[in-house]
Design a protein around this ligand. Structure first.
Ligand SMILES: *Cc1c(COP(=O)(O)O)cnc(C)c1O
Length: 584
C-alpha cells in the first residue's frame, strides 16, 4: 500500500445534497450524495464536482387522469451555497464559456467535511445560450447535453486546478457523463511531458482514474457523432480524444472504460452483465449502499439510538438489530406508517387503513421498472384481498419529460386507482423526491420492485426500506440477488433468470403470476396470520441487509479497491466474481 493519503475528485452529473436542493433526478444522484456523506463521516479527503442545475430537474404536477406536467424547479443557490472566486474558461462550439463554482459543505458525524463544487455558467460575461448551460438537469437536446458534459468534465478539472487542488490521486467518474475529464487530464500530462509522448500521458492518466458504470443497456450510454464532438470541443481536446482512439463517434462509456484503470459495476450481478457487455475490460463489482443516518426514519433513528448507540458512526452495528425485540421494531414501524398515511391523506386525499397490508413502489417512472406489473390483474388482487386481507398499494415516481412510455405508465396507475375497491386501494403520490422517498420506504409494509432483469443495475430504495425494517418483494435483479434470503429478509418474485427465454409479453405475464402467487401464498398470510413471524422478517431485513448495504461499506470498498491500491495492483487482476445468485 502506498503511504500517501488518497485525495479523490468525485465527478457526478447529479448529486442529491438535500431535499430542498433539486439537483438530482433519481438513484444516480442519491447514490452520489450518499457516497459523499459517507466520505465525510469517514473523514476521507474527497471533493465532489457537479453542475449547479439552477432550474433543477423538474417539479411534478399531476392533473386529472394522471397527466404529468413538468414545472421548473428553480431554487436560490445563495441560500444554500457559498460562491467561490475563481473563474475558469472552456470553449464550447468555438464560443468561450466562463464558469464559476459554488461550494456546498457536507459535514460528517465526526465534524470532518467534504466539499462539493457546483459549476455555474450563469455569469454576466457569458452570452445568453452559454448562461443557460447549467440550468436543467437532463434537459435540452444532444448539443446541450454534450455542452454540459464538457462543463462537468473539462471545466471541472480546470476549476479544481484553479482552486489549488494539485494533489488529487484519483479522479472518480460516477457514470460516463464526466468522461471528458479524461482528455483534459491527458492534455495536462501531454503538456507537462513536452508534447511528445501521447501513450505515456494516457497511461499516467489511466492510473489516476476510476470509473463506475451504472447502465446495463448499450442504449443508455451517451454517444455523439464525431463531427458534433469535434465541433463542440476545443481542438486540443479533440486531438487528445483521437490519441485515445476515438473514431467515428464519441461514446462516453467507451472513453471512460479506456481511460480508467479501475472500472466497476454497482452490484455483483451488474458487474457480471457489464463484463458481458464490454468484453476484455476487467470490470469489478462494488455493490451500492445507502447512507444510514440520512435514510433512517425518525422512529428507527430513535430505536437505534436506544439499542445500538454506535450506529451513526458505525452502521455495521446494525447487525446487532438481531437482539432488538421484534415488538419494538413493529412499534417503530407503526409510527412510520402512521406518518406516511398522513402524507397520503394530504397529497392524495385518501384515508388509508393503518392495519391493512401496504405495498410501496416509488422510483423513476420508466418502462423497464414495470410499475404496472402488480396492477395487471386487479381481479386477482381482489381475490387475494377477499380471502386473506385488504391490500393497499402506494405509488410515486417522475417520468423524464421526453419519456412517453413513462408518462403513460403514470396515467395507467391512475386509471386503476380510480376504479379501486374498498379491499384493494391504489394511490399515486405526486412529487417523488428524497423527502417523500424517505417516508415511503419507511411507511409501507413491503417494498415492491419489479424491473425487467438485468436492467436494474443495483436499485437502492429497497436498501432504504430494509434499514427501516421493511422487507422487499422483488424480482431477483440488482442488489436483491445478494440481499434476498427467501422468507428471512423478504421474498423473491420467481427464480433467478425466470422468463429470460420468453418474449416480452409472456415474460411479463409469467412475472406477474409469480408475484401474485408469492403475495397470496407467503407475504399476505404471514402479515395477517403470523404477525410475530412478519416482525422477525423485519428484524432480519435490518440485521442482515441494512448492516451491509450501506454506503460506509461501499466507500470502504472503493477506498481499498479503487482509491488506495497502486494501479498496478489492480491493473490486470481478473475479477474474482463468478456467476452469483441464490443457491437452491
Ligand atoms: C433512493 C431513490 C431513488 C433510487 O431508487 P431505486 O430503487 O434505485 O429506483 C430514486 N429517487 C429517489 C428520490 C430516491 O430517494
Amino acid at each position: 500500500m502506498p503511504e500517501e493519503r488518497p485525495n479523490v475528485a468525485y465527478f457526478s452529473m447529479e448529486i442529491a445534497l438535500e431535499a430542498d436542493i433539486p439537483t438530482y433526478s433519481g438513484g444516480l444522484g442519491v447514490l452520489a450524495g450518499d457516497t459523499l456523506r459517507s466520505c465525510a463521516d469517514l473523514g476521507l479527503q474527497v471533493c465532489g464536482i457537479t453542475l449547479l442545475h439552477r432550474k433543477g430537474y423538474f417539479r411534478q404536477r399531476i392533473e386529472r387522469g394522471g397527466l404529468q406536467i413538468e414545472l421548473p424547479d428553480a431554487w436560490q443557490p445563495a441560500d444554500h451555497l457559498e460562491p467561490l472566486e475563481p473563474r475558469v474558461e472552456v470553449a464550447i462550439g468555438g464560443a468561450p464559456v466562463r464558469v464559476r463554482a459554488w461550494r456546498y459543505r457536507i459535514v460528517g458525524v465526526r465534524g470532518q467535511a467534504v466539499d462539493v463544487l457546483l459549476l455555474d455558467t450563469d455569469l454576466e460575461e457569458n452570452a445568453a445560450p452559454q448562461r443557460a448551460l447549467t440550468d436543467h438537469l437532463y434537459g435540452g437536446d444532444t448539443a446541450y447535453r454534450l455542452a454540459q458534459e464538457i462543463v462537468l468534465g473539462v471545466a471541472g478539472v480546470r476549476m479544481l486546478r484553479a482552486l489549488g487542488q494539485d494533489g488529487i490521486t484519483r479522479f472518480h467518474l460516477n457514470e460516463g457523463h464526466a468522461a471528458l475529464a479524461i482528455p483534459e487530464l491527458v492534455d495536462e500530462e501531454f503538456t507537462r511531458a513536452g508534447k511528445s509522448d501521447a501513450a505515456g500521458a494516457i497511461e499516467r492518466v489511466r492510473d489516476r482514474c476510476a470509473f463506475t458504470t451504472h447502465t446495463p443497456v448499450p442504449a443508455g450510454h451517451d454517444r455523439f457523432p464525431a463531427r458534433a464532438a469535434k465541433a463542440a470541443l476545443e481542438p486540443r481536446l479533440w486531438q487528445r480524444l483521437r490519441d485515445l482512439g476515438v473514431g467515428s463517434e464519441l461514446n462516453l462509456t467507451a472513453l471512460a472504460l479506456d481511460g480508467a484503470r479501475f472500472v466497476n459495476g454497482v452490484a455483483m450481478r451488474h458487474g457480471e452483465v457489464s463484463r458481458g457487455m464490454f468484453p476484455g475490460y476487467p470490470i469489478r463489482s462494488i455493490t451500492n449502499g445507502v447512507h444510514t443516518v440520512t435514510w433512517a426514519s425518525p422512529p428507527f433513528a430513535k430505536l437505534f439510538d436506544r439499542h445500538l448507540p454506535d450506529w451513526r458512526s458505525d452502521p455495521f452495528a446494525l447487525r446487532y438489530a438481531i437482539s432488538i425485540d421484534p415488538g419494538e421494531i413493529a412499534a417503530a414501524h407503526a409510527e412510520a406508517k402512521g406518518g406516511l398515511l398522513e402524507t397520503v391523506q394530504r397529497l392524495a386525499g385518501e384515508r388509508l387503513d393503518p392495519e391493512a397490508l401496504t405495498l410501496g413502489f416509488a422510483r423513476r417512472s420508466t418502462a423497464y421498472k414495470r410499475p404496472m406489473l402488480a396492477l395487471r390483474d386487479v381481479d386477482r388482487l381482489e381475490h387475494i384481498a377477499a380471502t386473506i386481507g385488504p391490500l393497499q398499494l402506494v405509488f410515486a415516481g417522475k417520468a423524464h419529460p421526453r419519456d412517453e412510455e413513462g408518462h403513460k405508465l403514470i396515467r395507467e396507475i391512475h386509471r386503476v386507482a380510480s376504479r379501486c375497491s374498498k379491499q384493494v386501494r391504489v394511490v399515486f403520490l405526486p412529487g417523488y423526491d428524497m423527502r417523500l422517498g424517505g417516508e415511503l420506504v419507511a411507511g409501507c409494509d413491503v417494498w415492491l420492485n419489479t424491473p425487467i432483469p438485468p436492467l436494474e443495475a443495483s436499485g437502492t430504495s429497497g436498501m432504504k426500506a430494509a434499514l427501516n425494517g421493511v422487507p422487499s418483494l422483488s424480482i431477483l435483479d440488482g442488489w436483491w440477488v445478494e440481499g434476498c434470503v427467501e422468507g428471512v429478509t423478504g421474498w423473491a418474485i420467481g427464480e433467478d433468470g425466470d422468463g429470460g427465454d420468453l418474449d416480452d409479453a409472456e415474460r411479463d405475464r409469467l412475472h406477474a403470476a409469480r408475484l401474485y402467487a408469492k403475495l397470496e401464498d407467503s407475504v399476505a398470510p404471514t402479515y395477517y396470520r403470523v404477525p410475530g413471524w412478519f416482525h422477525s422478517i423485519m428484524q432480519h431485513a435490518i440485521a442482515l441487509n441494512a448492516s451491509y448495504f450501506h454506503s460506509h461499506r461501499m466507500v470502504l470498498q472503493y477506498l481499498f479497491d479503487a482509491y488506495r491500491q497502486h494501479p498496478e495492483e489492480f491493473a490486470n487482476a481478473a475479477p474474482t466474481v463468478a456467476r452469483v445468485g441464490p443457491r437452491s
